[in-house]
Design a binder for this molecule. Structure first.
Ligand SMILES: Cc1ncc(COP(=O)(O)O)c(C=O)c1O
Length: 361
């Protein structure tokens, strides 16, 4: 269709926005590019969602009270400290919508989840980036970028895509030192997989730090990325601020019902954890054997360093039946992020990486 020239002008802030590049799914390959659960969805959630289909003529409960109460009980907080969203992506957008105006800024790391910068820019905020040597957040460098106009301070623990983590001691020290006008958005999308002894549980810090917002998701260990359900914990006033910018029905009936059921699917969670643990062990051993450098990971993915172009690696792995994530958009052009899969999938990755090694000499 031929269009006439438009005299409508979108907000200037949009000029700074890039489109999100999701992990690719190439037909006929195993998708290990979006850190989804290789075991599929939680069986309990599937069952509950099927049963809930009969109620689809109704609007969902806009306050998601039953689910919020269950999450509150599980995490030992009160329901007014919980908000659920259409994925944790929505909760990030709400945080920016509640706290960022033009002239304000947010602090992010150089190699982390792109949505933090995106949501800040949507509301016209400035994004202040701190380097991440060795794939780790440099909390001191991030703190130095804070000023009177800083509203949000984004952390991802463990970090996507590097898999590295912030220790409990470092997180607590940071929280103590940050001025109270800065809201720390601690994204714990992969925390369910973390096993390091000094890995902090952000939900345990909420009563000490009112300027902490902890985000979690059903998209990873619960295997429900397609359902779109995330949840967050924070001070009741923070939760109220986010709820004010939220659309009333962004979390549908099926998501609420599925989320409630998945929360109690202990067997599936354990199986997911064991699969990840075994896969991680295999990948560490094989990557070392073949001669790749990689970051140790606390998530369900591994960040592998490459000698040559990531595009070639992507291509060779594709030929071995797997799609992985190149990391140019994360500022890491010489690395790949590979989701830890089932044993069979991990072996496909290994043979692809072996072939790549041979190609590169
Ligand atoms: C660090 C991080 N946070 C949040 C998300 C998105 O979660 P959700 O599917 O709940 O929006 C992802 C998805 O890949 C992620 O990697």
């Amino acid at each position: 269709m031929k269009h006439e020239e438009l005299s409508l002008r979108a907000r200037p802030a949009l000029a700074a926005l890039g489109r999100y590049h999701p992990g690719k799914k190439i037909p006929g390959t195993v998708k290990l590019s979006s850190n989804e659960n290789p075991l599929g969805p939680s069986p309990r959630a599937m069952e509950a969602v099927q049963a809930a289909i009969a109620g689809l003529e109704r609007y969902p409960d806009g306050s998601a009270l039953t689910l919020r109460e269950a999450l509150a009980e599980r995490f030992n907080v009160s329901p007014d400290e919980v908000l659920v969203g259409n994925g944790s992506d929505e909760l990030m957008m709400l945080a920016a919508g509640a706290y960022v105006d033009p002239g304000m800024n947010a602090i992010v790391g150089a190699h982390t989840f792109s949505q933090y910068a995106f949501v800040t820019r949507v509301f016209g905020g400035e994004v202040r980036v701190a380097a991440m040597p060795d794939g780790c957040f440099n909390l001191e460098a991030m703190r130095q970028r804070v000023d009177a106009h800083t509203r949000l301070f984004f952390l991802c623990n463990p970090n996507n895509p590097t898999g590295r983590y912030i220790t409990e001691t470092d997180l607590v020290e940071l929280m103590r030192m940050l001025p109270p006008h800065v809201l720390v958005v601690l994204d714990e999308a992969y925390a369910d997989y973390a096993e390091a002894r000094d890995f902090p549980d952000g939900t345990q810090l909420l009563d000490r730090f009112p300027n902490l917002l902890v985000l979690r998701t059903y998209s990873k260990i619960y295997g429900l990325a397609g359902l779109r359900l995330g949840y967050g914990f924070g001070h009741p006033e923070v939760i109220d601020a986010l709820a004010r910018v939220k659309q009333p029905f962004s979390v549908g009936n099926l998501a609420q019902t599925g989320g409630l059921a998945a929360l109690h699917d202990e067997q599936f969670i354990q199986r997911s954890l064991e699969t990840n643990r075994a896969g991680k062990k295999l990948m560490y051993a094989e990557l070392q054997r073949i001669g790749y450098e990689f970051y140790p990971t606390e998530g369900n993915f591994i960040c592998v360093q490459l000698q040559g172009p990531a595009e070639l690696a992507f291509e060779v792995l594709h030929q071995h039946g797997v799609s992985v994530r190149t990391l140019g958009s994360f500022g890491l052009p010489h690395a790949l992020r590979i989701t830890i899969g089932t044993d069979e999938q991990n072996h496909m990755v290994v043979s692809g990486l072996e072939a790549l090694r041979k190609r590169m000499g």
